[in-house]
Write a new protein. Structure first.
Length: 316
């Protein structure tokens, strides 16, 4: 009777079927979710920005069914469903106008859910690391941007080390450059044409560097984190601040100070423009850790003065 009442409202009917399947059994719910995910995967119609909200709602119904119902009865099955759900991202995002970020937001939530469900399911760490590696190398829309962070508890040190080695192996793979006549131009820059093989190589290196940086953080390996940045890059205020904070957390305050001092920390006083307040905050924290309270207070006043000068974009 309820299905008859919901006639003409496809979203309501799908939600009702999902609830009925869940009431029948977790296995029936899983089958219903798989069926819906298959239908979404096969769809080729373009969804404009107005329809994106409905698409996101449909996706979220599937996500919530997996996380809130299936995971409680069978976390291993739910984990597999979440990986299948995330596999939809490239095809779905390619065929919709998600300018408001509603659809990718659902995938970001599902990515976070993977971490919790994997932990509950007590997933085998090597298999989980292999799945994470595959996902990170197919992260074209940023749907897996937080994957290492959310999976770290479930991966543990062994899983993280396995994933780290996979990324290192990826960085060491020999690259075969196509013959000049076979190279595909995909754009132009001020320095000339942009080739598909060049972009693919940049993407590979970026994937490796970001993954190794996040793995280093998850393992608490400050030195491995620092190694991901070239010597000159470490002098960039924002990067220097990130490194200094990690050194500080590791009890290496003197090294943190050396990192901070290696940057042009007085550039805003020399008329170089907008100061980096993140760097200023890190510098103050390091001074406090070194027991230099007076210097830290002086730095605070300096940062406040800079904020008054540069705090509004109209003043920059």
């Amino acid at each position: 009777m309820l299905i008859e009442i919901s006639a003409g409202n496809a979203a309501a009917k799908r939600r009702l079927r999902m609830e009925l399947a869940g009431a029948q059994s977790p296995a029936e719910l899983a089958r219903e979710v798989r069926k819906r995910l298959t239908i979404i995967a096969r769809s080729r119609s373009f969804v404009d920005w107005q329809g994106a909200r409905s698409l996101a709602h449909d996706l979220d119904i599937q996500r919530r069914a997996i996380v809130e119902t299936a995971a409680k009865a069978d976390p291993t099955e739910a984990l597999d469903l979440l990986w299948r759900f995330m596999a939809l991202a490239p095809a779905v995002l390619e065929r919709c106008d998600d300018s408001n970020g509603t659809v990718i937001g659902v995938f970001h939530e599902a990515c976070a859910d993977i971490g919790d469900v994997a932990l509950t399911a007590k997933a085998e760490t090597k298999t989980l690391a292999d799945q994470a590696f595959t996902a990170l190398t197919q992260n074209d829309y940023g749907q897996f941007d937080q994957l290492i962070r959310v999976l770290a508890p479930a991966l543990g040190r062994a899983g993280l080390e396995h994933l780290k080695q996979q990324m290192i192996d990826l960085s060491n793979r020999p690259v075969t450059k196509p013959a000049e006549k076979d190279r595909v131009k995909i754009g132009w820059s001020s320095s000339g044409p942009i080739f598909a093989d060049e972009m693919a190589e940049r993407s590979r290196l970026s994937t490796v560097r970001l993954a190794l940086t996040e793995i280093a953080d998850a393992l608490g390996d400050v030195d491995a984190f620092i190694e991901q940045y070239e010597e000159e890059t470490r002098k960039v205020p924002r990067i220097a601040a990130e490194i200094a904070r990690r050194l500080l957390s590791a009890g290496r305050a003197q090294e943190a100070w050396q990192t901070i001092e290696a940057t042009e920390h007085q550039r805003h006083n020399r008329g170089w423009g907008w100061p980096d307040f993140e760097w200023e905050d890190a510098r103050i924290d390091v001074l406090e850790a070194l027991g230099r309270a007076d210097d830290a207070q002086t730095a605070r006043w300096g940062a406040l003065s800079a904020f008054r000068t540069y705090g509004s974009p109209s003043n920059s």
